[in-house]
Design a protein around this ligand. Structure first.
Ligand SMILES: Cc1ncc(CN)c(N)n1
Length: 229
């Protein structure tokens, strides 16, 4: 059993909860409330900006050119490819992508970004990869699950989104990260492995919370909310 397979097994409860989340199921059914999609895109645009910065932090902790090249490729992937699923969501609700950019992260997304930044700042390369891996891995599995369950045709409103994440390019990113993690884990102490597992689980939990945040349109409390008690 590899370290990454252990991680997957230990977190299958969260993976399952993600697959059955109403936002994710809504993507499969082609029916997600417009406000939830807007909330998701606003948060995800900024989340992916932070992800690029964290890849940069990972490069600063890398000594091996293979790692540097991998993280560099992933920055290009987020910048130039991962805009497509956002465009699909925007087209489905008839909103211009530019209008959904530049918003402050809601609490859960802010927490998720800072959780990854914490591990990137204080942790080893293996710990950073553990904090980052649930991002491609959960989306890859969501894409595959939705493909299998709903078998969307190309006129399905979210066909491009589902197709994008079920694609072999996302599979390759996930596999490369898993393989590198498995290598690094063999050299990690028990204490480091514990921190790696904690970083991975929290990111999985925050993946679920991110869907929930978008679905419930979570906001920071303001005077109106606080005063309504
Ligand atoms: C929150 C989140 N997690 C994962 C992904 C897929 N890279 C994403 N776009 N946003």
């Amino acid at each position: 059993m590899t370290f990454s397979q252990d991680l997957r097994d230990e977190n299958s409860d969260i993976f399952q909860a993600i697959f059955t989340h109403p936002f994710v199921q809504g993507i499969g059914k082609g029916n997600v409330p417009k406000e939830a999609l807007e909330h998701y895109i606003k948060a995800d645009f900024e989340y992916l900006n932070a992800f690029i910065q964290i890849y940069g932090m990972a490069i600063s902790k890398s000594n091996d050119r293979r790692d540097m090249a991998f993280f560099n490729d992933q920055i290009q992937f987020v910048l130039h490819s991962e805009v497509h699923p956002h465009h699909n969501f925007c087209e489905s609700i008839g909103v211009n992508y530019d209008e959904l950019q530049g918003y402050a992260l809601p609490p859960t997304a802010d927490h998720y970004v800072k959780h990854m930044m914490y591990h990137a700042q204080t942790g080893t390369l293996a710990e950073i990869i553990c904090a980052l891996l649930p991002c491609p891995w959960t989306y890859l599995e969501i894409g595959k699950e939705l493909m299998k369950t709903y078998k969307p045709a190309d006129d399905h409103p979210f066909y491009k989104w589902i197709r994008f994440y079920a694609d072999e390019s996302v599979e390759k990113i996930t596999t490369t990260m898993r393989n590198r993690l498995d290598e690094l884990a063999t050299e990690a102490s028990i204490m480091e492995q514990k921190r790696m597992k904690e970083a991975f689980r929290k990111s999985c939990q925050l993946e679920w919370s991110f869907w929930e945040m978008a679905y419930t349109r979570e906001e920071w409390p303001d005077a109106k909310l606080v005063g309504s008690r």
